[in-house]
Ligand binder design. Sequence first.
Ligand code: 13P
Ligand code: 13P
Ligand code: MG
Ligand code: MG
Length: 366
Amino acid sequence: MRVTVSVLKADVGGFVGHSNMHPRLVEIARESLDAAKIDGKIIDYYVAYCGDDLNLIVTHTKGEDSPEIHKLAWDVFLRCTEAAKKLKLYGAGQDLLSDAFSGNLKGMGPGYAEMELEERKSEPIIIFMADKTSPGAWNLPLYKIFADPFNTPGLVIDPSMHDGFVFEVMDVVDNKVALLSTPEESYDLLVLIGASSRYMVRSVYRKSDGAIAAKASVQRLNFMAGRYVGKDDPVLVVRCQSGFPAVGEVLEAFAFPHLVEGWMRGSHNGPLMPVAFEDATPARFDGPPRVIAAGFQLSDGQLIGPVDLFRDRSFDYTRVKALEITDYMRRHGPFEPHRLHLEEMEYTTLPDVLKKLGSRFKDAED
Ligand code: 13P
Ligand code: 13P
Ligand code: MG
Ligand code: MG
């Protein structure tokens, strides 16, 4: 059976500030998606949230970029925004850049990752959802999962994965994509995706048969709006087992809390901390950045789950390490590399300061 898994997300208002989700918004999303399920528009749904980001997980048979599914999500986000405005939640409708829906969520503000797949005899998938970061945050774990044998022994010992995987990389500045094949083009791939604010992995395919293995949301709100309107907190869908990395190989890539951009005012680097659903509540310095992992078994498109995979104690050390790194990074105060490079910052006073100081800058002598 061919099924499409669509994960559509938006920040429709934070509670309190940018820290958490108001239960009323979750209720509204559930009511709307329940009605769509009863109408037969979708097969199943699950409403998740990470920090102040609302994630609609929807299964259906309408394929990727379906105007009907995107409109459904858009209407849910609008309804939630209305409620958020009444409650005066923070940044209500923050990610909705337009008033009029034009057939597709592309360029509209919300982020999405969609995967049409032929459902296998058993189809375990993991949906990762993050807050206070950007889609470039997936580059390092995706490389580890699909190209690093020290993370994924299946690349070495499982004949069905031994040929490797193909990465689709997007240049979000020039709006171009390229396919790179691993292991043979690993070094070329790394020189690109190591620059994770510009080059982002959008999809991963199994080389032997071209089967889809992972899809990420790569919308960049700040570029789309021509000015900064909020960090594009990302989502990622990964297929697991039987010719794909095992669930544990996929999760293993998150045992290292790597530095990602998007913390405090969208202008700081911090460690990506894997947490249980109930702990996806960034607080200290609006962070540190969080990621949750929802595991599902698909069964004729039904979402059997979720299992809250990072709730497990095997991630306790990672969390402690992330908190140590939080402390270390915070002590840099307004200095790089805690603060982002100038071009990547949401907020800057630099032009005003330079204007004010203008005449005081003299030519430097040799
Ligand atoms: P089982 O033997 O429990 O199916 O596990 C296989 C596997 O790959 C675990 O990593
Ligand atoms: P969000 O992108 O999650 O809304 O966070 C914005 C911010 O600047 C938090 O400090
Ligand atoms: Mg917000
Ligand atoms: Mg957010």
